[in-house]
Design a protein around this ligand. Structure first.
Ligand SMILES: [Zn+2]
Length: 93
């Protein structure tokens, strides 16, 4: 269980403020015009199969969690590092 708001350091305000925690959904497409994404879309058109075959048994049982912290004062979002691995994640209501 994790609280919805936390007091954290805001790099913009350069002090500790209240932060709202957002969990980024994995299904949503980000960086839709990034170089790698454009290359992937080009590969997907026309003939030829999916560039990488889907591994049937996953090497890792957990997925990385991408949390974003939104400062309540300046409304800027920031994350911590590259996320962390957890099996189960819950927010306190
Ligand atoms: Zn701030």
């Amino acid at each position: 269980m994790m609280p919805k708001t936390q007091r954290k350091f805001c790099p913009k305000c350069r002090k500790h403020t209240e932060h709202v925690i957002h969990k980024m959904s994995s299904g949503k497409q980000r960086r839709s015009m990034a170089a790698g994404q454009r290359r992937f879309l080009r590969k997907m058109t026309g003939f030829g199969s999916f560039p990488k075959s889907n591994p049937h048994d996953r090497a890792k049982p957990t997925k990385k969690l991408d949390l974003r912290y939104e400062c309540k004062e300046c409304k800027k979002q920031h994350s911590i590092g590259l996320g962390f691995r957890v099996k189960k994640f819950e927010m306190t209501k």
